[in-house]
Design a protein around this ligand. Sequence first.
Ligand code: PRT
Ligand code: ZN
Length: 285
Amino acid sequence: MEKLRIAIQKSGRLSEDSLNLIKECGIKVNNGMRTLKSEAANFPIEFLFLRDDDIPGYVEDGVADLGIVGENVWYETGRQVEVAKKLGFSKCRLSLAVPKHIDYSSVQDLQGGNIATSYPRILEDYLQEHGVTANIHVISGSVEIAPSIGLADAICDIVSSGSTLFMNGLKEVETIYKSEAVLIRNKELSQEKQQLLDKLLFRINSVQKGQKNKYILLNAPEASLQTIINILPGMRSPTVLPLAEKGWNSVHSVIQEDEFWEVIDQLKEAGAEGILVVPIEKMIL
Ligand code: PRT
Ligand code: ZN
């Protein structure tokens, strides 16, 4: 029987969340990340632990069928692989930044200037789109120090909290690309591997839906039961169970994480008591 092979970052910002996602999909990874290769105990999948920059190439060549990388790395390597799924973690942005004392009005200000980056392809595409020509200096790390040592007038680097820019006397002036972790796939998988990928995607979707929703339980007095039911959206309609105490019911439903506080207030106003909100591990719809 065929196995899927997935490449995961060996050690870095993506590693832990990638493995957590795999675990939440109910897949047990045998040896952790200390080895180069490892197998799952209960799903036909094998793991390769690599540097993130190498992952799109391995997936393109078919050495791995799947990989997890930041969209920034996927775009920058320019490899012929497809994004099968956005994964929602490791969110960050690729931005242009200049020394904070510089007057900056638009990207046109960088015409003819020097920009240091580790992402020449994404930067080049952005500059071209905006009709700007600049000298791109490719450096592989510590891009943020380039202006202070006189190497560049501006930088283009990954920003998350912004504190690295701030500590280096830089200000963010343009966001050129938004990124999150993505599952990439080889373009031509065998039918058997495609079926395994579909199975994996089904599990990832269930985990993601579970994370977006909460299970809610509450006690409702008979008189306001219908009002409370109307407030709760639910998957189909809420479950209503009579309590031992007459005149009260227990109501169960599912609500979205982002509308949760608003709904809670409305429920309290309607007379709901003993409200419990619990996480959902998986949601199969
Ligand atoms: O060793 P390997 O090559 O595998 O790893 P790496 O060092 O190249 O990558 P790694 O682990 O640092 O990052 C992997 C991926 O995480 C990146 O490709 C991004 O998609 C994503 N990511 C999310 C980030 C950040 N947040 C981030 N903050 N990648 C880098 N940074 C760096 C950034 O380069 C800058 O130096 O953090 C600094 C900025 O952070 P703030 O919070 O100060 O703004
Ligand atoms: Zn890397």
